[in-house]
Design a protein around this ligand. Structure first.
Ligand SMILES: CC(C)[C@@](O)(CC(=O)O)C(=O)O
Length: 198
């Protein structure tokens, strides 16, 4: 599956100051019947986003033209609940390249990384600073530097470091899925086989 390289990202964000967002709120179970990864972005946060007639709810942040960008900033404990990878497909399908929160459910975090979406886990304090900055200026630029593992608000000259599994970091920077990675070390694998074949 082609994955975009993620090296740095500078973008405004869409703020979702809601805690404990679970995977059923991200993509409701009724959409899981699909047999391909396509089209889930149209139903991201569906039950918050559309009314019973399927019309966009003006007060939901994804329908507010004030906000835009490739970064979703969400309240703590994002992605809890079921293990559905469809949650990552919905977020990526909508166009988000990164999700920022102060805590991610483990399975969602891995599903995001496996689909080229960077989960950036920061402190509660920095998350609050981001929400406050975006409330004051909806076009606040957030810069994410994966190589140096930093997230910053350049206009406010504040930043924080974030952790990422070294293997997942290498894959994200190179746009590798697990198979791509194995091909990238093909020579080392073949040398090991030659050395260890009896
Ligand atoms: C298998 C899938 C449909 C699942 O049951 C998996 C899960 O619950 O973790 C879900 O509701 O996302």
């Amino acid at each position: 599956m082609p994955i975009d390289k993620f090296i740095t990202l500078e973008s405004p964000c869409v703020p979702l100051p809601i805690e404990n967002v679970d995977t059923d709120q991200i993509i409701p179970a009724r959409f899981l019947k699909a047999t391909t990864r396509d089209g889930f972005g149209d139903n991201l946060f569906c039950d918050w986003r559309y009314d019973k007639n399927g019309d966009p709810k003006a007060d939901f942040v994804l329908n507010d033209p004030t906000y835009s960008g490739q970064i979703l900033v969400a309240g703590k404990n994002f992605g809890s609940g079921s293990s559905r990878e469809h949650a990552a497909w919905a977020i990526g399908g909508y166009g988000f390249k990164a999700v920022v929160s102060s805590f991610f459910a483990d399975i969602f975090k891995n599903n995001a990384l496996n689909n080229g979406i960077l989960p950036v886990q920061i402190s509660d304090a920095f998350l609050e600073q981001i929400f406050e900055a975006v409330e004051a200026d909806p076009k606040t630029i957030i810069k994410i530097d994966l190589e140096n593992q930093t997230i910053s608000l350049p206009a406010k000259n504040i930043s924080e470091s974030f952790d990422i599994n070294p293997y997942k970091k290498k894959c994200m920077i190179n746009g590798y899925d697990d198979i791509d990675y194995l091909f990238s070390i093909k020579n080392e694998i073949e040398a090991w086989e030659a050395k260890n074949s009896n």
